[in-house]
Every structure is written in structure tokens, then in C-alpha cells.
Write a protein that binds this ligand. Structure first.
Ligand SMILES: Nc1ncnc2c1ncn2[C@@H]1O[C@H](COP(=O)(O)OP(=O)(O)OP(=O)(O)O)[C@@H](O)[C@H]1O
Length: 610
């Protein structure tokens, strides 16, 4: 297939196209191309192949280019094929009316998820003790004179009224603090304590959720009997769902639902379409679902941009809901228009960052990045004003800068620091890259940082496993309970052996380096892999050449991993092209949830760096 020479198609894409050709008994190039491309874009993050965007396109250089068919011709050919069905049919490929071509499985996930979310959002829960709720809201969300609207209070009221609540907000906007208060309010309303599960897509994110929930719970002005009903343990979604080695299906599904009355999912932007569909299907019909996340962040590594699609372009509430929210929260909501879709009543955007006030550079930079306002972003970084954001000078080597910080980390290990202190030192700083390969990619930077540290005599030359080597797991190992994204550090175990130590919610785990699943050094990591983590200081290194992977969402996600200081290395001026580019995943979920008004949104498929 010539397409293979022009696009990075995988063996799987080609196998799939051949299979489709065999099943159809037809080697029609338009069909095979559509099949290979659908498999390809799904592997790269899109849920479907939007024919509108691919038809009439030329792929490759002039001499060796392939021209894709026009839309009408392509649609007709596909509709005539026995392997392409309409929505609802059981065929390997599904073509919908808007010209989106899906793998059957992904069409089914999307349809199931949208049906279940719409059902949930349509129900307003009755039986609310409004007097009790009003009192609780007043107690847990006291007036804040500097805020026009306390959106946390609105989010809490929404989450009591609806079976589905989606709370989106940037870093430090109080998503976790708010959800703890919501849990207290719901327990106060419940005749019998609700069974609550707290989950996140990765182990790291689950550990952070657990820690934040514990801190926030201690600060609640609530009687002990209510506090006791708020869980303090969080788990990964895979563990909650009962993942089984080498099986695609989880233990829990619609026939064996999760034993919960309420499920809270943090870092929901990282949850892909397939996983979200399975989790929502496994929720009992009567259970509540609360999604927390930041819709401006990068989407999940696997296909879909579920949180962004669920939030849609929501602005304002339906008349009934708005009146109810104003009455219960005692606030006048701004005039953002009136919604007709009940899903709008389930979505709240938190807008005030308690971590990054108006004076914070990180906060101001995050807003500018989200707006795509390159001029303001440049000014903040060039002037290093406020001082929590800055840019390295052209002569400042990012690697030398990073090695200077890791030097202190390795010296602590050599000095016999305790494991907790070592992890805290490592987690206080991270180098983040946009790309995996190339001079400013993860592999190159890790190599160069190591060389600097060797020159300082802190790492022995030629030794693979040196004390302090941080490793990032890149593939799940269910037997060892190590998961993609987990980070360990090679340290001396009490037995005297060098082992890789992992900090888990259940304490330290030590694993022999020989037993580790696939892994890589983690002085530098991709922004994608850093999702769900935060560090005091972040150095974001942009590549020397523009790439379709450089996007506004990527810069925003890298920036918002930093708690105290953000440093950018951008030697070739890639920030502005990045801010001008938005990543939109192709999917039909937004339209299924929100209706036709979003049809044909500017969807530009972008390959995801894994
Ligand atoms: N209403 C509030 N009043 C005062 N401080 C608050 C309020 N809400 C949150 N905070 C504080 O802001 C900080 C961030 O809150 P929290 O961790 O809940 O935010 P988050 O959105 O979950 O953050 P992230 O996901 O970025 O870590 C915490 O120190 C918290 O105590």
C-alpha cells in the first residue's frame, strides 16, 4: 500500500485494511485507504475519521503524492461496501450521516457513553431537603467578599441536584476542596450513608487525590459522624473496575455493576473514550457520578477528548436550574445566556485560582496561553515579571540548568538521606519536553543530563543502574502492580541490594531492576506523561523545529504542572506557533451530547506523542 510510505501507518493499520479487503471481497483502493486511515487516526487519538477533513487531500510530496477521493464519491463507495454499515448496524466500519467513519468498537463506545450521559443529565433528583442544603452550603462556603460569584458553591449545589456533575477548573481552583464539601452535603442528605468510591486514571493521580482529600476533610467544619462517612482512600480506575491481566473486559460492567452509590473521578481529562464508556456502563443506574478535571488540558493519550466534549461550549443554565441555583446559593449568576439542554445544568467551571492569585505569573501566563495570546505570554516570560515565570537566555543551556538541580538531588542520596526526602527532592523539579525524539526530546535530554552528572562525578561512567537513577514505567505489569507512568528510583534497600523503590498509597515497594517492565530514565519526560503530576519547579524545553504536536494545550499542561516556578527553554521561538495551534480530537461525542450546533467544529487531527 503506497500510503504506508507517506504516513506512519502501523502494521496493525495495514493488517486491518487487508482484513477489510478480504471481508469485502473487494480490493477497492478507496475502501482500503479509508480502513487504514481509520485505524491510524484512532491509534493516534481520534475516535473517528472525519471524511470532510480527509477528502480531496493530497498526502505526500508532489512527485509521489496520493490524492484522496472527494467526499461525495468516497461516501458513495463506502455506503455500497458490505463491510460499512450505518449507525446501529453491526459491521466492521460505521459511517454516520456527518461523514464520520468509525471502527465498530469506537462507534459503540461513543454511542453508549452519550446515551448514558444524556440519561443521567436529564434527571433532576427529587427529595432534596432544601433547608438543610441551604444551611450546609452557607456553612461550607462562607461569603468571599472578593468574589462576584463563588462557583465552588454553585458546583456543590449542582452536584446535589444532578446524578451527573462535571466540575472543570484550572490548577488550584479548589476542585478537590469542593468535592470533599460535596461529599459532606450528600451524606447529610442521605438517609443511609452513601457508598463512595474515589478514583483517578493513574496511580500518581490517585495518590494525589487521596492526599488532598485527607487534608481537605480535616478542615471541614462538620460533625465527626459526617466526616467519618467521607472516604480517604482513592484508587485507580483500572483497579476499581477490576482489570484482569490480558483481558480487555473488566470484572465490573453493566451485568456486574460497581458496588457504589457515588463515584468521583479526578483528572477526568486523562480518561479516554473506551475507558469512560466502560466505567459509566458499570455504574448502577441510581448511582451518582462526579467528574473533576481541567478541560483546557491535553486530552487522554488513547482515543477521545471526553471531558472537553462533555463540557462542550456550555455557558449558562436552563431557566429552572438557574432559579434554583440562585435561590439555594443566595447568589445572582452572571448573564451567560439560557441553556435548553439539561446537560448544561450538570457542568460548572471553577474560575478563581486559590493557588495562583491575580499577582501570580503562572496564573497570568496560564490565562494568556488559554486565550492563545502570544504577546502577553512573551512579555511575561521575557520580563520574568512576576518572578515565578521566566525564560532561559539563549546562551543558557537547559541541560546545564537541569543538571545543576539534579546535582543537589544526587548529593542528598550520596549523603544517606531518607527515602521520603529523596522522593520529595526528585518530585520538586522536572524537565518536561514536547517531543520524545530529536535534540530537545526526552531521550536526548536524559542522555545529556546524565553526561553532565557523570562529569561532576555523581554518576559512574558506563553504569546502567546507578543510585538515584529515576525510571518511568512505560507499560503496565499487572503481576508486579506497576503501571504505565509510575516512577521509581534506584536506591539501596535495607538488604544492601540496589533496587528500584516506588512510593505507593500502601507504602514503599522495592523491585529488582531485572524484573522491571519496559521503562526509561525520567530526569526528563514528555508533557503527556506528566499529566496528573505536579512539581514545585518545571523546566519546559521546546524543540528546535515546529511540530504538529506543539499546541496550546501542550504548553498549558506543561505550565500548569508547576506549583511555584515555571521556566521555559525556547531557543528557536516555537512558543508562538504552538500557541496558535489548537488540538481538537475528531469525535462525534460533542454533537451527540450537545446537538447539531457544534457540527463541523474546527477539528484538526493531531498525532499524539506517547
Ligand atoms: N474556597 C476556598 N477558600 C480558600 N482556600 C481555598 C478554597 N478552595 C481551595 N482553597 C485552597 O486552594 C488550594 C488548592 O485547592 P485544591 O487542591 O482543592 O484545588 P484543585 O483544583 O484540586 O488543585 P489541583 O488539581 O491543581 O491540585 C488548597 O490549598 C486549598 O486549601
Amino acid at each position: 500500500m503506497r500510503l504506508k510510505a507517506l504516513l506512519p501507518l502501523t502494521d496493525l493499520d495495514l493488517h486491518f485494511a487487508r482484513l477489510i479487503g478480504r471481508l469485502a471481497g473487494d480490493q477497492c483502493p478507496e475502501l482500503l485507504t479509508a480502513a487504514a486511515l481509520t485505524s491510524h487516526v484512532t491509534g493516534a487519538g481520534d475516535v473517528c475519521l472525519p471524511l470532510d477533513q480527509w477528502s480531496d487531500r493530497k498526502i505526500g510530496d508532489d512527485g509521489d503524492a496520493i490524492s484522496l477521493p472527494g467526499r461525495a464519491e468516497w461516501v458513495t463507495l463506502l455506503q455500497e461496501s458490505p463491510v460499512v454499515g450505518s449507525p446501529g448496524e453491526f459491521k466492521p466500519l460505521i459511517l454516520d450521516r456527518a461523514g464520520r467513519l468509525y471502527l465498530q468498537r469506537y462507534w459503540a463506545y461513543e454511542q453508549q457513553l452519550s446515551d448514558l450521559l444524556r440519561q443521567r443529565s436529564q434527571q433532576d433528583l427529587g427529595g432534596i431537603d432544601e433547608e438543610k442544603l441551604q444551611q450546609g452550603l452557607g456553612l461550607l462556603f462562607p461569603p468571599q467578599p472578593d468574589l462576584v460569584v463563588d462557583w465552588q458553591k454553585v458546583a456543590a449545589a449542582v452536584a446535589v441536584r444532578k446524578r451527573l456533575a462535571v466540575i472543570s477548573g484550572g490548577p488550584g481552583t479548589g476542585k478537590t476542596s469542593t468535592v470533599v464539601r460535596i461529599l459532606a452535603l450528600l451524606q447529610q442528605q442521605a438517609a443511609n450513608p452513601l457508598v463512595i468510591a474515589l478514583a483517578a486514571p493513574t496511580g500518581k493521580a490517585a495518590a494525589r487525590l487521596q492526599e488532598s482529600i485527607q487534608i481537605a476533610r480535616e478542615q471541614l467544619p462538620m460533625p465527626a459522624e459526617v466526616l467519618e462517612t467521607i472516604p480517604t482512600r482513592a484508587t485507580t480506575l483500572h483497579r476499581l473496575m477490576g482489570s484482569r491481566p490480558d483481558r480487555v473486559q473488566f470484572r465490573h460492567d453493566a451485568h456486574n455493576p460497581l458496588p457504589v452509590d457515588l463515584l468521583v473521578i479526578d483528572e477526568a481529562s486523562m480518561v479516554d473514550m473506551a475507558l469512560m464508556a466502560k466505567v459509566v456502563a458499570a455504574l448502577p443506574v441510581g448511582a451518582r457520578l462526579i467528574l473533576l478535571g481541567d478541560r483546557n488540558q491535553l486530552a487522554s493519550v488513547e482515543a477521545g477528548a471526553v471531558l472537553g466534549d462533555i463540557c462542550g461550549d456550555q455557558a449558562g443554565y436552563t431557566v429552572d436550574c438557574r432559579q434554583w441555583l440562585e435561590r439555594l446559593t443566595g447568589q445572582i449568576l452572571p448573564d451567560e445566556g439560557l441553556a435548553l439542554n439539561p446537560l448544561a445544568d450538570a457542568v460548572v467551571q471553577l474560575r478563581h485560582s486559590y493557588r495562583f492569585g491575580g499577582q501570580s505569573g503562572i496564573g497570568q501566563l496560564a490565562e494568556a496561553v488559554n486565550r492563545g495570546d502570544g504577546e502577553t505570554a512573551r512579555r511575561l516570560l521575557d520580563q520574568a515579571q512576576p518572578a515565578d515565570v521566566r525564560q532561559l537566555d539563549r546562551e543558557e543551556e537547559p541541560v546545564a540548568f537541569a543538571a545543576g538541580i539534579y546535582r543537589d538531588y544526587l548529593q542528598r542520596i550520596a549523603g544517606g538521606a531518607a527515602v521520603g526526602e529523596i522522593f520529595a527532592a526528585f518530585d520538586s523539579f522536572r524537565v518536561l519536553c514536547a517531543l520524545r525524539s530529536g535534540p530537545a526530546g526526552v531521550a536526548g535530554l536524559n542522555q545529556e543530563i546524565r553526561q553532565h552528572l557523570e562529569q561532576d562525578g555523581l554518576i559512574d561512567r558506563g553504569v546502567t543502574w546507578y543510585p538515584g537513577r529515576p525510571v518511568l514505567i512505560t507499560r503496565n505489569d499487572h503481576n508486579l502492580k506497576l503501571y504505565n507512568g509510575d516512577i521509581g528510583i534506584l536506591l539501596t534497600h535495607d538488604s544492601g541490594l540496589l533496587q528500584v523503590c516506588f512510593q505507593t498509597a500502601d507504602g514503599l515497594r522495592w523491585v529488582s531492576p531485572a524484573r522491571l517492565p519496559p521503562h526509561e530514565t525520567a530526569f526528563a519526560m514528555t508533557v503527556h506523561k506528566s499529566q496528573g503530576s505536579e512539581f514545585d519547579r518545571v523546566l519546559l524545553v521546546l524543540p528546535e523545529r515546529d511540530s504538529p504536536l506543539l499546541s496550546r494545550e501542550l504548553i498549558y499542561t506543561g505550565l500548569t504542572r508547576s506549583r511555584r516556578k515555571f521556566i521555559l527553554s525556547d531557543r528557536r521561538g516555537m512558543l508562538l506557533p504552538a500557541l496558535a495551534r489548537r488540538t481538537r480530537r475528531a469525535s462525534g461525542l460533542r454533537e451527540k451530547l450537545w446537538g447539531d450546533e457544534n457540527r463541523g467544529a474546527d477539528v484538526t487531527a493531531i498525532t499524539v506523542e506517547r
